[in-house]
Write a protein that binds this ligand. Structure first.
Ligand SMILES: Nc1nc2c(ncn2[C@@H]2O[C@H](COP(=O)(O)OP(=O)(O)O)[C@@H](O)[C@H]2O)c(=O)[nH]1
Ligand SMILES: [Mg+2]
Length: 500
């Protein structure tokens, strides 16, 4: 019965991993754990449910784009680590989920390993593949791999490198996975190739992206990158190429996001003309700086958001779940007591009415006919009383059950989020178990200390925010990067233009 649940070891893994790369967040896990316990006591969670796993702990930055546009080269450059294979052929057919490790070496794990991983966005990806590749569990390995890398740049974030977007060769499953990745990403870098600024595959890519970006609230999470602009050096027409590329983006219907032009120093062909080189290099540096800042920033935002989720969850438990359970208890109590009162009243009225009408009362004495004929023995009186109690008790408990079922059904109808129905059903049932009195004020599992625990979590949350502020604000003068500014969507003016 007290065997360790899978969830508890999962949370341990999560905590262990966070300790290495983001100690503040690893403390936040503890807050979620306390909330989990509270919810489990109330019957709202079963053993394997947890608020911690409903949160995605790492911001997801996905790198999409055309074949050979330099996605993998960019990742290597960002990580300052030769992690991904690069080349003009399609070197990587798989999506590669890249996350931090403090081990010295890179490890490559098959897609299936992601299933057991506490980093949940990834977990959801493999689920999505399952849906696309209809139950072929092993197929996950064909689409997805996990790489761990010791680059410090990777702390508190997850990158996803993707196979190129290529017109016809694209299998629907790859496209579906791409869509899913776009959905769950916090930042999406879309790479284009300045060598072929208006190719067919570019049009396909755009068309596909447009579908995903229209009407999104988070469409500003897209950054469009025209890579390999060193290729424009020969004809010295960088600005034209950049402008016509931007036009193509706008014409295809992309209305939000940021554009950048760059090239990757490690891969670029040398630029002869020193003046041109200086110009392109400064454009590139501005772009890279801006992109890197955006990447850093999603990590910062995510950290604050998680603490926000913790606080929000405390409020949900205290101001939503608990009151609903309280309402259940009250409704249920009314559904039991009202009929019982009426039945009792009618019963008594009928009894007295009939006996009075029949003239069985002599003053305060009731003379029931046949009463004296009962075989009175030692146990007759207690026997009669017991029978009466048993009968009443039986009816009472039947009524309690019936009322509980009716109340549960009625209340579920008012809870719009059907995903929560099993949770509420379980918690309601816990409150209507046979040994629970009808007269409790607080839901099962809730006591004085529970409130204190929740208050403590909120207190701790303030402490976490403080620590994040200390972490992300630099007291020695870089005041403009203080937390509040970091939280808003800042965009640099240099080297990029917003579309539209
Ligand atoms: N000239 C030039 N070549 C690049 C640049 N970035 C990447 N490459 C080369 O383009 C090829 C494809 O790069 P890769 O990163 O594998 O592209 P991916 O398919 O998008 O991952 C490789 O041979 C890279 O060396 C760049 O900025 N300029
Ligand atoms: Mg690649």
């Amino acid at each position: 019965m007290f065997a360790k649940s899978e969830m508890s070891s999962r949370l341990k893994d999560l905590e262990k991993h966070l300790k290495r790369e983001h100690p503040v967040l690893s403390e936040v896990v503890q807050g979620f754990r306390v909330l989990d316990t509270v919810c489990r006591r109330m019957g709202y969670f079963h053993r394997e449910e947890s608020y911690a796993t409903r949160t995605s702990w790492w911001p997801l930055i996905s790198i999409l784009g055309l074949y050979s546009s330099g996605k993998s080269s960019f990742i290597n450059h960002f990580l300052n680590y030769r992690l991904q294979a690069t080349g003009n052929q399609a070197v990587d057919e798989k999506f590669t989920v890249i996350c931090y490790t403090n081990e010295k070496d890179v490890r490559v794990l098959p897609g299936l390993a992601l299933d057991a991983d506490p980093r949940f966005p990834v977990f959801k990806i493999s689920q999505a593949i399952e849906e696309v590749a209809a139950g072929e569990g092993e197929r996950v390995d064909a689409y997805l791999q996990l790489k761990t890398c010791p680059s410090d740049r990777l702390r508190s974030k997850i990158l996803i490198d993707s196979p190129g977007f290529d017109a016809d060769a694209q299998r629907t499953s790859t496209l579906k996975i791409t869509d899913h990745i776009i959905d769950i990403s916090d930042l999406v870098l879309v790479f284009f190739d300045a060598r072929h600024p208006e190719s067919g595959s570019m049009r396909d890519t755009l068309e596909h992206l447009v579908k995903r970006t229209l009407n999104r609230r988070d469409s500003n999470k897209f950054i469009y990158i025209l890579n390999q602009i060193d290729a424009t050096a020969r004809e010295d027409n960088t600005d034209e190429v950049f402008a016509s590329w931007q036009r193509a983006l706008a014409q295809s219907g992309l209305t939000a996001g940021t554009c950048h032009a760059l090239f990757l120093p490690e891969a670029a062909i040398p630029i002869e003309d020193p003046g041109l080189r200086a110009r392109l290099e400064s454009k590139r540096d501005a772009s890279l700086k801006d992109i890197f800042r955006r990447i850093e920033q999603v990590g910062v935002e995510r950290a604050y958001r998680i603490v926000g989720i913790l606080e929000q969850t405390v409020k949900t438990v205290d101001q939503e779940i608990r009151p609903l359970l309280g309402r259940f208890i009250r409704n249920w109590r009314r559904r039991v007591l009202l009929p019982e009162t009426i039945i009792a009243a009618i019963g008594l009225a009928a009894f007295f009415g009939l006996t009075i009408w029949a003239g069985y009362w002599e003053g305060w004495r009731l003379n029931l006919p046949l009463w004296d004929r009962l075989p009175w023995g030692h146990y007759t009186r207690p026997g009669l009383v017991a029978l009466l109690i048993l009968g009443a008790g039986y009816l009472h408990f039947r009524l309690r059950n019936w009322a509980a079922r009716r109340t549960i059904a009625g209340m579920l109808k008012k809870i719009d989020n059907t995903d929560l129905h099993p949770n509420y059903t379980r918690a309601f049932q816990r409150n209507s178990r046979w040994y629970r009195s009808l007269f409790f004020k607080q839901p099962a599992g809730w006591n004085k200390r529970t409130g204190q625990k929740l208050a403590q979590i909120l207190d701790d949350a303030n402490g976490y925010i403080q620590k994040l502020n200390d972490m992300y604000t630099n007291p020695s003068g870089r005041a403009q990067e203080a937390a509040p500014t970091v939280l808003s969507d800042t965009r640099s003016a240099e080297g990029n233009t917003d579309i539209g």
